[in-house]
Design a protein around this ligand. Structure first.
Ligand code: HEC
Ligand code: HEC
Length: 373
């Protein structure tokens, strides 16, 4: 939870003189965030972040110019979209729930269950060029995209300043690099809970403090998976090398009594084909979770109180319909999902704690907002 002292000292400076390629970039680290790792071939610069912000909010990035990344990743919702499943630019539905991009710079694998997507630069190929389902729908339109960008007067200076060494900076690689830099700048470390950890005893209520203790207790077990400063266990930062491949089954489904999850959403199993990987998903961050409803990989839980019902039961029971089954009996379920009893007060405390993770600065920061408005 705490940042090592040496690191904290380093955070106060504009950049650490440790030879890292992001030298000179001022990370907005807030109270309790460590320095993210960045790929050597894409160091952070303020100029790339600014170009990336323009691209993130630009509908030229969809085939029919109706959608941008921000259509499904809205700042005021911690860069989620408020829908159970998202709708792409041609009306197709995504199989999974849009994910928060808060503190995405620390993740070691991207999306809900893909163990192979290790870079932001690669992840965005799916929304940009994917066709099953179509999201932004730019497949086969790489040249069209570059021409569109060239025609926008603002981009001339933005691309030139972001990539000063390039004769012609208008390339797809530079588009992806700038977008990734903007994504890495989406740092959320100023919630009331961060301020409390930073020493401000009054930053959160007594109820939220009790909730934090319950969250970190062996009764609720939440902290094993929602671990550390980002409440997520697949994480890396300067001084901590990546830990990959951590996926868990929380007993959300058990359709056939043998652990089955709905077809098309079987989690890690979809990539490995290994039976025991059925229903295993990556742990999402809980930062700003109060504004990212609905929940879970398929948006199948509407409220945080119902999320607590699911965990309290040691896995969700669905009584009827095609997905009926007793999740608590899922044979592939993590041993940390055992179920527990909560009094009404304790429930309110855990909810108050989760609420204290909402970082209003992040949700309203003009530097992360739409520059075209
Ligand atoms: C049509 C809606 C939609 C659009 C447009 C979209 N996304 Fe997403 N995004 C999603 C969904 C849904 C997921 C979860 C994907 C999955 O697990 O299959 C996601 C996941 C992600 C993730 C992974 C987050 C994590 O915690 O691992 C990143 C990063 C991301 N999107 C960035 C982008 C960028 C950058 C763009 C623009 C180039 C973009 N998205 C456009 C819906 C969208
Ligand atoms: C075994 C690891 C594990 C434990 C223990 C655990 N979680 Fe989770 N949590 C996950 C995973 C994995 C998901 C995503 C599951 C999915 O979508 O199928 C998740 C999803 C969530 C979500 C939804 C977030 C979103 O953006 O959709 C919330 C809220 C949550 N957990 C809170 C808690 C709380 C509170 C506890 C303790 C009572 C807890 N978790 C215990 C692994 C865990």
């Amino acid at each position: 939870m705490r940042v090592p002292l040496a690191l904290t000292a380093c955070l106060a400076l504009v950049a650490c003189d440790d030879g890292e390629p992001d030298r000179g970039y001022a990370w907005a680290l807030g109270v309790g965030l460590p320095v993210p790792l960045v790929p050597e071939d894409n160091p952070m610069t303020a100029e790339k972040v600014e170009l990336g912000r323009h691209l993130f909010y630009d509908t030229r990035l969809s085939g029919n110019e109706t959608q941008s990344c921000a259509s499904c990743h809205r700042q005021e919702l911690a860069f989620t979209d408020g829908e159970a499943l998202s709708t792409g630019s041609t009306g197709q539905r995504t199989p999974r729930n849009s994910m928060s991009l808060a503190n995405i710079a620390y993740s070691t694998t991207y999306t809900w269950a893909n163990p192979l997507l290790l870079d932001l630069e690669k992840q965005m190929m799916t929304p940009l060029f994917g066709f099953d389902p179509v999201e932004l729908g730019l497949r086969g339109m790489e040249d069209v995209l570059i021409e569109r960008l060239r025609e926008e007067p603002r981009y001339e200076a933005l691309f030139a300043e972001a990539f000063p060494a390039d004769d012609d900076p208008f390339t797809l690689t530079n588009v992806t690099r700038a977008l990734a830099c903007f994504e890495r700048s989406l740092l959320s470390g100023n919630s009331p809970y961060d301020r409390y950890l930073g020493g401000d005893q009054d930053a959160i209520s007594e109820s939220a403090k009790s909730g934090a203790r319950l969250f970190a207790s062996e009764k609720l077990e939440c902290f094993h998976c929602h671990a550390g400063f980002n409440f997520q266990d697949s994480i890396a930062y300067e001084g901590r090398p990546p830990r990959n491949g951590i996926f868990h089954n929380t007993g959300l489904y058990n359709i056939d009594g043998k652990g089955g999850y709905p077809a098309g959403n079987t989690g890690l199993h979809e990539f490995t084909g290994v039976a025991a990987d059925m229903g295993r998903f990556r742990v999402p961050t809980l930062r700003n979770v109060a504004v990212t409803a609905p929940y879970m990989h398929d948006g199948s839980i509407a409220t945080l109180s119902e999320v607590l019902d699911h965990y309290a039961a040691g896995g969700r029971t669905i009584v009827d319909g095609p997905n009926a089954g007793v999740g608590s009996a899922n044979p592939f379920k993590s041993s940390f999902i055992r179920g527990f009893e909560l009094t009404e007060d304790e429930r309110a405390d855990v909810l108050a704690f989760l609420d204290s993770l909402t970082d209003d600065t992040f949700l309203t920061d003009p530097q992360l907002a739409d520059p075209w408005q």
